[in-house]
Design a protein around this ligand. Sequence first.
Ligand SMILES: CC(C)(COP(=O)(O)OP(=O)(O)OC[C@H]1O[C@@H](n2cnc3c(N)ncnc32)[C@H](O)[C@@H]1OP(=O)(O)O)[C@@H](O)C(=O)NCCC(=O)NCCS
Length: 464
Amino acid sequence: MSTNEKQETAFQQTNKPKVDEKRFRLTDQHSGVEHEIDFLHGTVGPGALDFRNFYSQSKMFVYDPGFTSTASCRSEITFIDGDNGVLLHRGYSIEDLAMHGDYIDTCYLLLYGELPSQRAKDQFAYEIGHHTMLHDQLMTFFQGFLRGAHPMAIMVGVVGALSAFYHDTTDINDPQQCMAAAHRMIAKMPTIGAYAYKYSLGQQFMFPQNNLSYAENLLYMMFAVPSEDYVPNPVLAKAMDRILVLHADHEQNASTSTVRLAGSSGANPFACIAAGIASLWGPAHGGANEAVLSMLEEIGDVSRIPEFIDRARDKNDPFRLMGFGHRVYKHYDPRAKVMRDSCYEVLDELGIHDDPLLSIALELERIALEDEYFIEKKLYPNVDFYSGIILKAMGFPTNMFTVLFAIGRTVGWVAHWKEMISEPTIKIGRPRQLYIGHEPREFQLVDDREQSEHKKTDWKWFWS
Ligand SMILES: CC(C)(COP(=O)(O)OP(=O)(O)OC[C@H]1O[C@@H](n2cnc3c(N)ncnc32)[C@H](O)[C@@H]1OP(=O)(O)O)[C@@H](O)C(=O)NCCC(=O)NCCS
C-alpha cells in the first residue's frame, strides 16, 4: 500500500463518509457488462454514488454539465437542504448564527469547526484586527485603475496582486503559513473593498481602526473622511455584520468551486481567492444583488409589476426576475427571511418609511409567490433580493454590492481552500468532457482550403 493509500485509509477510518460497498449495479444492456458502484453516506442529506474508479473500469465518463447531480468533493463545513430551506454551518443553523452570533463567531466556526470561547474569540478578533493594513506598495496598484473602474475589477486585480506580496511566505504545506494567509485574507478584504470605493470617489483612503469591530471598521473605512469624526451607527453596524454572516459560506457554489479548482493545482491562495472573486461577479451569482436593484429601479412603480412578471414567464424573453430562484433552494432561502427582517430594522433606523423600492420588492414577492409559473418552478426570493435595498439605504452605491458579498464570502472560500489542501491526497481538479467535435481528419494545405470558409472568420460565426 502506498503512503497516499495509507493516509487515505486512515482518513476514511476517522472521517465520514461511511461506505456501502457494491450497493448499486449499472448494466450495459447491449453487452451485459455490469459495473458495481459503492454508495457513500453523508452525515445528513443525500448520499453519493462513488464514480471515482468508473472511467478506469468502464472507459465511460459521467455527463453532468453544471454539476447538477455531481458532488465534486466531500466537505464538513456547510450543509444545505434546498427543498426545506435549511442552511447549516458546522451544524448550526444560519438563523441562529445571524440572530445570536456575529461575523467573528462565524469566521472562527467556518475555519476551525467550533464556535469560539470568549477568550478564543478575543484572540481571533485581535489576530484579524492586526492584519487589516495593506502593504504601502500595494496602495500604488489602486492608482493604476481608471477612477470609473468597477470596484469588483479593482478587487480581482488587487487581491490577485496580494499573491506577489506573500508568495514566499505562503507554503501550502506549512499549516502556520496557511493560517497566516487565511487571517490576512479575511482581514484585508474590507480594506481593499473600501479603498476601491474611496478611489472611485477620489477621496483619501481611511486607515483601519483596531478599536472597531469588523463591521464597524468596514463602515468606517467606507464612509469616514479625514476632516470629520465618524462614529458607526450601532444598528447599521449590526445589520452590516448580519449581511456578512449571511454571505459567509454556501458550500460548493460557482465561486467556491472555482477557488477549490484553482487551489487544487497548489496555486498561491491569494491568487485562488482572486479567481473566486471573478466568478462571484457574474449576475447569475454574486452580481445578482446589483442586478436586483437595477431591476427594481427599472420597474419603477408597483403598477408595472405584472408587465415584468409576464416577461419573466415568457420563454422567448431572456429577462429573469433577479433575486428569484436558486440552483439549490426550491424553497424560501432562509437567508432571505433574515435579510428581510434586517431590511425593516435599517429602514426604520434611517427614518425611511415609504421607500418605493421596498414597496415594489414586497409587492413583487407577493405576486411571484402566488404566481403559477413561479410556484411550479419553485422560484422563491433568494439572499440577494433584499440585501440591495438595505445596502442602498446605508449609502452604498450599487456597484459596491457584490464587493460586500465578496468580503463576507472570503472566509467561506478560505475555509474550503484550507479543507481541500488538508486532504491526505490533493487531486488536481480536472473534469472530463463529452467530445462532440470533428472526427479525425486530414490537414489541408492553405491553397487547398475552400475560399468560402474565410467568411467564417466573422464574429457571428465565432459565437454560433
Ligand atoms: C440562480 C439561477 C441561476 C439558478 O439557475 P438554475 O438552477 O440553473 O435553474 P434554471 O436556470 O435551469 O431554471 C429553472 C427554470 O426556472 C426558470 N427560472 C429560473 N430562475 C428564474 C427567474 N429568476 N425568473 C424567471 N424564470 C426563472 C428558468 O427559465 C427555467 O425554466 P425552464 O425549466 O422552463 O427552462 C436562476 O434561478 C437565476 O438566473 N436567477 C436570477 C439570478 C439570481 O437571483 N441569482 C442569485 C442566486 S443566489
